[in-house]
Design a protein around this ligand. Structure first.
Ligand code: ATP
Length: 824
């Protein structure tokens, strides 16, 4: 691709315009537009130092906030909307080559007659020239010059230079053409065959589950089901046996059928999908890829695999690539990564979204004798990746939505060696049963997808990713090699991920592909709603068919959505306060282009597989540059010009700034939490206790993930104070309907313990699983299983509990918690 001159920073090269070019923009004093081709040389160091991605735990700042300086000039800029005299009525203009951000900005400052630089006071909005919105190109990026400055490819990686990393430059791939042997004609034959034959792909969701699996055994009414168990009291309305049985069986079957139907959906490819829950309950869409499968010649592939096993030469790898994937060449970074992984070197791979990271584990997975375990944060991602496995690679999936039968079937296939690539969620690592299956299964490679989630400094930190430490992966799973992959990470994040996973700095591979099809702009706004509406009516946004509007707060998304709908713009809001099913529906409609706009919080985007998003608008400031880059990176994945606009206003700036500390905790509340866990007289070593996520969050005024982070730290620190168990719903209600409870208690010790630990309400026994587990000395799992044998469990799990086993209480008071958890 042609390189563009540094100066203009906005020329779009060789990228097809999505729409006819917008009319030449009028020069506007109001419009602060740094059209930015994102081939950049971002001044990232200064940005990271002031607004690096935040850790989940950080000391709360002193309550004595420095006094705010009064805004230097509240009316810094004239608002053309409010000023009818202003000839430049549209505040939003996308500048093309001729409008140079570096010129616009000083002019703007001048025009705005700001008496002081905006950044002078730490609580004042920063100077625009210091803001992350000027994204300059960086020609050196494409060169092999290691001295190149900071890199900020929009939608891809943002890195600042970091001394301890020796960045591996992208290899200039100069592969010899594959030997002119029989591959070409056979490939041609395959392609022909492909049109004629649609073979059933082995990597269907649930294909690991035999379709002939017996459906859940329907118990006969007169079978010895002497108790009726319900969770969280949901069975109360089914007081009568008849109603309850009906309801229970239908619900259970529905879930089972749902899963089965989904299996069918994926298997049949291309039919409508059903929802699936991820570990956090998000319902996601499952769709087939629709007849893109490539028929394959097992013999040829086997031969190619053997050649690579003998010697991982470029030509051998290329041959395998062609045969398995049908590609003629490797993309930047792929060959290098594959070779590293095949030689057993743990590697950190940073490639932009869509650059082909998956191939870097898919191909080695074929070559390795053992299993490749891929850890992925969302079920939707796992399903996508499973579907994208080449037909020659058998895949499997373990997730919370599977029935016990499906899980067992997957374990069986693993044992038999019929699964080469296994997708799991990080939460699985809480499950000792899961970990134990790998005692007899060789794991050749562990892949950590979205590896930035490992770092507390990343924009998507997940406490459950914290346990993915090299020690666990190597000691417990006996993983021979680790491949961590991400598209977006700051240097700090990368450093902490590589540190946690024990990846040497020399094993960092990054092939940065600047997103030069994104046009970035920013405007000052005093009335964001009004300005947003104007923006949406102004070219090029008025022509964009698919738009995401990011807001900080849930109420804003609802408000804007309503406003848009009232203005005949089809829109839906998306935030974590909306039911998972509805969220899934919104995503589905958006992907099918049935709605034009999704107004969302940060909750929207991970796992979103839509290539033709034409605009991303930030109604509110993102919390970090990393977040911004990731969010705008969702636009224009089809390579066509796309537009990203950010509204900057003082109010949201100050709000965002103050909220940046909301993830912080102070010593007092940490102590309160520790007291609850350890000081409770019932909580001695070996005991199990539970915390209700929502109410603990309210009680201690800490976000759920902050609590989980603290608990994980207590588990993974030098002393193991506790052991986190998989989340579960722990309140149960029992109905005894065929036998007297006391009689049953004489036969069954668990029932006896339940009676002792229950509260009786309306003839029902309500108890808490950890209390019964403690008094019976059973593990919660065993207890739950035992309860299942008494009666099917019915329950909508609305409230999740964090269940933990206390391992050590001595000395917890000496924990100087902030020192343990506060990084940096
Ligand atoms: N060497 C290659 N030649 C041609 N196409 C390729 C090559 N490698 C990967 N692709 C294609 O590129 C597309 C994106 O690949 P992939 O999904 O692996 O990207 P990714 O980097 O994992 O993206 P994300 O960050 O969204 O997960 C896929 O359609 C894949 O088939």
């Amino acid at each position: 691709m042609d390189s563009d001159s540094d100066s203009d920073g906005s020329h779009i090269s060789s990228t097809p315009p999505r729409h006819p070019p917008p009319p030449s923009p009028l020069p506007s004093r109001r419009a602060l537009l740094s059209t930015a081709k994102s081939r950049t040389q971002a001044k990232y160091t200064s940005i990271t130092s002031t607004k690096s991605s935040r850790p989940i735990l950080r000391p709360k700042p002193s309550t004595k906030q420095p006094k705010k300086n009064p805004p230097s000039n509240p009316k810094t800029l004239e608002n053309p909307i409010q000023n009818p005299q202003n000839p430049y009525s549209s505040p939003f203009q996308i500048h093309k080559n001729d409008t140079v951000s570096s010129e616009v900005l000083p002019n703007l400052t001048k025009n705005a007659s700001c008496s002081k630089p905006l950044i002078q006071n730490p609580l004042s909005p920063p100077k625009f020239s210091d803001l992350p919105f000027q994204i300059h190109r960086n020609d050196t990026l494409l060169s092999n010059d290691n001295s190149s400055g900071e890199v900020l490819p929009a939608g891809g990686l943002c890195l600042s230079k970091f001394a301890s990393f020796s960045k591996t430059r992208k290899a200039i791939l100069n592969l010899e053409p594959a030997e002119a042997d029989s591959i070409e004609p056979r490939l041609a034959q395959q392609t022909e065959k492909k049109e004629a034959v649609v073979r059933k792909h082995p990597n269907l969701i649930g294909s690991n589950v035999s379709s002939s699996l017996p459906a859940k055994k329907v118990k006969c009414v007169n079978e010895g089901n002497f108790v009726r168990l319900n969770i969280n009291g949901y069975g109360k309305k089914f007081a009568s046996k008849f109603k309850r049985r009906n309801s229970n069986s239908s619900s259970g079957k529905k879930f089972y059928r749902r899963w089965k139907k989904k299996v069918g959906v994926v298997g049949k490819e291309g039919e409508g999908g059903n929802g699936l829950c991820d570990e956090e309950g998000l319902v996601v869409e499952v769709k087939g890829r629709g007849g893109e499968r490539m028929d394959f010649d097992a013999k040829l592939i086997e031969d190619a695999v053997m050649r690579v096993r003998n010697e991982a030469l470029d030509e051998n790898l290329l041959r395998l690539l062609k045969l398995t994937f049908g590609y003629d060449s490797f993309r930047d970074g792929q060959l290098e990564t594959i070779k590293m992984v095949l030689s057993g070197k743990s590697t950190m791979l940073v490639l932009p979204t869509g650059a082909g990271k998956s191939l870097c584990y898919q191909l080695p997975a074929m070559v390795f004798q053992g299993v490749t375990v891929v850890i992925s944060p969302l079920i939707s991602l796992m399903i996508d990746q499973l579907k994208q496995l080449p037909a020659a690679v058998e895949g499997g999936l373990l997730c919370s939505s599977q029935t016990p039968e499906e899980v067992l079937e997957t374990y069986k296939l693993l044992e038999e060696g019929s699964i080469k690539v296994l997708f799991v969620s990080p939460e699985r690592f809480l499950n000792s049963e899961f970990l134990s299956i790998f005692c007899d299964t060789q794991i050749s490679l562990v892949v950590i997808d979205e590896a930035h989630c490992v770092s507390e400094w990343s924009h998507n930190f997940r406490p459950s990713y914290m346990r993915l430490k090299a020690s666990l992966l190597r000691d417990r799973l006996k993983a021979q090699c680790i491949l961590a992959m991400t598209a977006t990470a700051t240097t700090k994040t990368l450093y902490s991920v590589m540190h946690a996973l024990d990846i040497p700095s020399s094993n960092l591979i990054q092939a940065v592909k600047p997103r030069d099809n994104l046009q970035l702009s920013v405007s000052l706004s005093e009335n964001r709603m009004k300005d947003l509406m104007t923006l949406l009516k102004t070219s090029p946004f008025s022509e964009a068919k698919s738009i995401i509007i990011y807001c900080k707060f849930q109420f804003e998304t609802d408000l804007i959505c309503k406003y848009l709908c009232d203005s005949n713009i089809s829109a839906k809001s998306y935030h974590s306060g909306i039911f998972a099913k509805e969220r899934s529906r919104t995503q589905e409609l958006f992907c099918a282009n049935k709605i034009r706009v999704v107004v969302a919080t940060v909750a929207f985007g991970m796992g979103l597989n839509k290539k033709d998003i034409e605009a991303v608008i930030h109604y509110s400031l993102p919390e970090s540059l990393e977040e911004y880059v990731q969010e705008i990176g969702r636009a224009g994945r089809d390579g066509r010009i796309s537009y990203c606009h950010l509204f900057f206003d003082d109010v949201s700036y100050f709000k965002t700034r103050s909220l940046m500390y909301s993830d912080g905790v102070d010593e007092y509340v940490v102590n309160k939490l520790l007291c609850q866990i350890f000081s409770d007289s019932t909580n001695s070593a070996g005991k199990i206790c539970s915390l209700v996520k929502e109410s603990a969050s309210r009680k201690f005024d800490m976000k759920e993930e902050v609590i989980l982070t603290i608990l994980t730290q207590l588990e993974l620190g030098e002393v193991q104070y506790l052991h986190l168990l998989p989340q579960m719903s722990v309140t149960c209600t029992l109905n005894f309907h065929q036998t007297f409870p006391a009689l049953l208690a004489m036969k069954d010790a668990v029932v006896a313990a339940i009676l002792k630990n229950s509260e009786i309400k309306d003839g029902q026994y309500i108890f808490d699983i950890p209390s019964v587990a403690n008094s019976t000395r059973l593990q919660v799992n065993d207890l739950s299983n035992h309860l299942q044998t008494l009666k099917d469990v019915k329950g909508v799990h609305e409230r999740y509990y964090i269940v933990l086993r206390i391992d050590a209480t001595a000395g917890y008071k000496d924990l100087n918690f902030p020192k343990i958890v506060w990084v940096d």
